[in-house]
Write a protein that binds this ligand. Structure first.
Ligand code: ZN
Length: 135
């Protein structure tokens, strides 16, 4: 089952500058922000808590990062929407049964969550992520 929008992700060239912008826009306290590196995706990630959901800012750590390729093509901008689920395996099976094909098996993403993506060509050009929170 999908519970809520977990986060909306934005690809950025400069994490510090984008963080400042979004903190100003949202008027949030420094405590609302966490920053981490996700080696498997070659990105630096900042999460800004906004009520029940988060804004995720993604900065590439190298040219090999999928985010670097996205920025080269599109520049800064919205990258994906993530939905929170209780059971990512069940959700992956449900999607497959509808002929929607997740990109690979669920893997560990930012915040130690299990995540899987759906290719934007199947979902009106919006990249969708499904994320299972910690239990
Ligand atoms: Zn995400």
């Amino acid at each position: 089952m999908i519970n809520k929008i977990d986060h909306i992700a934005i690809a950025v060239q400069n994490l510090e500058s984008a963080l400042e912008t979004f903190q100003n826009v949202l008027g949030c306290a420094p405590g609302a922000v966490t920053i981490e590196e996700v080696a498997s995706e070659n990105v630096r990630v900042a999460f800004i808590t906004v009520g029940e959901s988060k804004i995720e800012l993604l900065e590439p750590m190298s040219d090999q990062s999928p985010i670097a390729k996205f920025l080269a093509k599109n520049g800064d901008g919205m990258h994906h929407i993530a939905f929170q689920t209780d059971d990512i395996e069940q959700e992956t099976e449900r999607l497959s049964s509808l002929n929607l094909h997740p990109l690979g098996e669920p893997k560990e993403g930012a915040g130690g969550k299990k995540i899987v993506f759906l290719h934007p060509k199947q979902t009106n050009k919006v990249l969708l992520e499904f994320a299972q929170k910690h239990h």
